[in-house]
Write a protein that binds this ligand. Structure first.
Ligand code: 13P
Length: 250
């Protein structure tokens, strides 16, 4: 049985005070079991999150990290330090990082190795553009991204990580992929993991859908057999919406 994982990706929003106010608003209201609630906050807000998560059922995530533990890499964040801070997950390969910061599949793969080496769990993002979808290239494109990101990882490592399918045309546009469209690609991702590894690994890996997920559509998406969670941007910024998302089973 895969535990559902609902992760809020705040992107470059909220300062430490706003983070504190958000955490106060959700305190005591997160589900104790049956679902993992995660927030991926900007690096400048992670300290507040890790303190909160000591007493509350919230997992913490960084939105990026570098692949080296330390050194002359001005402006980068060390995966070793994130791990020492108590961070649980690191989002890598988000389409915004690929588009605006020119991250490649090879970078994503190096980051995945570094995050696992530092005993955290990568959330590996993939997804197609509208042009790729219209050209019928979605499945092959996404499978290629997944294969490149997982290169050199063992079946045990892959079984423990999270893959987030985020069609670029559905991010921040209010245009959600239909639950059937999301299921089709998430199912194809699981099939890809099965081909690259084995059935046990494919059954274990958790796959999220992301792209305009909100309280109104989370239930329908989560009912699909290969969708194990959501990676939520806009709607995760509001504490009430975040609580509604993580309590989707109620
Ligand atoms: P929205 O939920 O705002 O569409 O963002 C999705 C996303 O990019 C999460 O990583």
């Amino acid at each position: 049985m895969r535990t559902p994982i609902i992760a809020g990706n705040w992107k470059m929003n909220k300062n430490p005070e706003q983070t504190q106010a958000f955490l106060e608003a959700i305190k005591g209201k997160l589900p104790e079991s049956g679902v993992e609630a995660v927030i991926a906050a900007p690096a400048v807000d992670l300290n507040a999150l890790t303190w909160f998560s000591k007493d509350e059922p919230l997992k913490t995530a960084a939105q990026n990290s570098y692949w080296e533990d330390e050194g002359a890499f001005t402006g980068e964040t060390s995966p070793k330090v994130l791990s020492e801070m108590g961070i649980d997950y690191v989002v890598i390969g988000h389409s915004e990082r690929r588009e605006y910061f020119h991250e490649t599949d090879e970078d994503v793969n190096k980051k995945a190795h570094a995050i696992i080496k530092n005993r955290m769990t990568p959330i590996i993002c993939c997804g197609e553009t509208l042009e790729q979808r219209e050209a019928g290239d979605t499945n092959s494109w996404v499978a290629g991204q997944v294969e490149a990101a997982l290169k050199g990882l063992t079946d045990e490592e892959v079984g423990n990580l999270v893959i987030a399918y985020e069609p670029i045309w559905a991010i921040g546009t209010g245009k959600t992929a239909s639950a059937d469209q999301a299921q089709e690609v998430c199912g194809h991702i699981r099939e890809t993991v099965k081909k690259l590894y084995n059935e046990g690994t494919a059954e274990k890996v958790r796959i999220q859908y992301g792209g305009s997920v909100k309280p109104a559509n989370v239930k329908e998406l989560m009912a699909k057999k290969d969708i194990d969670g959501g990676l939520v941007g806009g709607a995760s910024l509001d504490p009430e919406d975040f609580l509604a998302l993580v309590n989707f089973q109620n």
